[in-house]
Design a binder for this molecule. Structure first.
Ligand SMILES: Nc1ncnc2c1ncn2[C@@H]1O[C@H](COP(=O)(O)OP(=O)(O)OP(=O)(O)O)[C@@H](O)[C@H]1O
Ligand SMILES: [Mg+2]
Length: 474
């Protein structure tokens, strides 16, 4: 257990101190255009770092710069938030605000956002820490495997045998004691084990069976609301059922490795660190916030809209949420809301909520020029993705500049004519364009596929021109 005690400082997430410019530069690798939005989220992120440096009492007063991203579908709202979270190595969760209008969910699910976020953070920190004790855990797991292959009890039996021998006066053939011999056998086995020669051997392992049939009957909707469940409540009291199972050495190693790693990390510290991260650097992405905007009184769904906003408010304002890991303070969690706001406006939100989202950024709809860049520039650009996919079949696919332009132009055209789904249109177009190649490989032999503007036109023209067909395919 030694060696994993860490100070808070060394646990600070690695990209925590990025400057706003650096954050934007990182976001630029994935998101084209939308400079204003990138700038604002960068400021919000940096402000949290700044806040942590402020003296105690004032620090508590500084609120996060919650943001509303406004813009049509498929222009990068979610993508910006997701990349930001990944960059900050922050616990991140995306939820649809409109989901809370569902009957029976009102008032309940809102706090569950924080519980889910905490779950996520716990497994995130745990994974990190497990990674750090991996070497030690591996060593311990190998020892236990060895015990399974060459049980200790067997050694004891042999020992007893030896004592009898001694008593009956039988001389041992050499100076080697039985202990030495066992040690040698064990050493030999160990080498074979480490060389991977025993992988398919069968061993019997005591495994925890996670079934709690009696308790599951009560699996509680009511209790889950508080972030607790029976299993956690009684988990410690009801002895965990264990049963013996036969399995291969390689399978047993996985189980033992997990068990040993678990032993090496201090779950209490993991939880404490996870809660700290949620509280200080958690990011909640509230999608479709426009769908719950509106204050009109009267019949219909609008009545509950305001109700949902009222439910969301305390979590955004800062409250304590009970989770199964303990209390989590939401005061400094960063909320990024997003919506198209076609019908409603941010000003249709209840004033308290408006006040909690002081920063509004509009994202622009994407031009053909943007599409060209989106197709080719980001680290995960579609053209790069398909090129890599086809390379696995030994095919080198290239797109001429003209082809890219034609794809982008087609995307704009279909977006204008049918529904504007932004950059998502590029996905449907690319898959329609490459359908044949993707299907024919690897059966038909080709080594180089060069896609020109003419190919794009030929392949897509008739689909684009047939409005009904376009609706279904593109
Ligand atoms: N500006 C952009 N730069 C690069 N890729 C983009 C951009 N905008 C969108 N994309 C691509 O389109 C996909 C959809 O974008 P995203 O999920 O961010 O849309 P959104 O704005 O959140 O839309 P919605 O309002 O429907 O949720 C992303 O996965 C990304 O690949
Ligand atoms: Mg989205």
């Amino acid at each position: 257990m030694a060696g994993i005690h860490r100070t808070k400082d060394s646990d600070e997430q690695k990209n925590d101190g990025l400057t706003p410019r650096e954050i934007v530069a990182e976001l630029d690798k994935y998101i084209i255009s939308q400079n204003k939005a990138k700038k604002m989220v960068a400021i919000a992120l940096r402000n949290r770092w700044r806040r942590r440096k402020v003296k105690d009492d004032l620090r508590e007063e500084i609120m996060p710069n919650n943001i509303i991203l406004i813009g049509p579908t498929g222009v990068g709202k979610t993508e910006i938030a997701r990349r930001l979270a990944r960059l900050a190595e922050a616990p991140f969760i995306k939820v649809e605000a409109s989901k809370f209008t569902e009957v029976g969910y009102v008032g309940r699910d809102v706090e569950s956002i924080i519980r889910d976020l905490t779950d996520l953070a716990v497994s995130m920190v745990k994974t990190e820490w497990v990674e750090k004790v991996q070497d030690k855990a591996k060593e311990a797991a190998e020892e236990r495997l060895l015990d399974l292959l060459y049980p200790k009890s067997k050694m004891r039996v042999e020992n007893q045998g030896r004592q009898q021998n001694v008593r009956s006066g039988t001389e041992l053939p050499s100076e080697e004691t039985p202990e030495d011999r066992q040690e040698r056998t064990r050493e030999k086995l160990k080498n074979q084990l480490l060389e991977g020669k025993l992988e398919s051997r069968t061993v019997e392992l005591d495994v925890a069976s996670d079934a709690h049939p009696m308790l599951q009957i009560f699996s509680p909707i009511g209790i889950e609301e508080m972030g607790l469940n029976i299993q956690d409540l009684f988990g410690g009291m009801v002895p965990q059922k264990r049963k013996k199972r036969k399995m291969s050495v390689s399978e047993a190693r996985q189980i033992l490795l997990a068990e040993e790693a678990q032993k090496l990390i201090d779950m209490e510290k993991v939880v404490a660190e996870a809660i700290r991260r949620v509280e200080e650097s958690g990011i909640v992405f509230l999608d479709e916030i426009d769908k719950i905007a509106g204050r009109e009184e009267g019949a219909g769904p609008d009545v509950s809209r305001e109700g949902v906003q009222r439910d969301i408010l305390p979590v955004v304002e800062g409250t304590n949420v009970v989770t199964k890991y303990g209390m989590v303070k939401t005061d400094h969690i960063l909320f990024i809301a997003s919506g198209a706001f076609h019908v409603s406006k941010p000003s249709d939100l209840i004033p308290e909520l408006q006040g909690r989202f002081p920063i509004r950024v509009e994202l622009n709809s994407l031009s053909t020029e943007d599409f060209i860049r989106i197709l080719t520039e980001p680290e995960n650009a579609l053209v790069k993705q398909y090129t890599a996919l086809l390379a696995t079949e030994g095919v080198k696919v290239t797109f001429t500049r003209g082809a890219i332009q034609e794809i982008a132009r087609t995307a704009t055209e279909v977006n204008d004519r049918a529904e504007n789904i932004g950059a998502r249109r590029l996905h449907t177009i690319m898959s329609a364009l490459l359908e044949d190649v993707l299907y024919q490989l690897p059966d038909e032999s080709m080594e180089v596929v060069k896609i020109t503007a003419e190919d794009v036109r030929k392949r897509l023209r008739n689909i684009v021109e047939d409005e009904d067909l376009a609706k279904y395919i593109l």
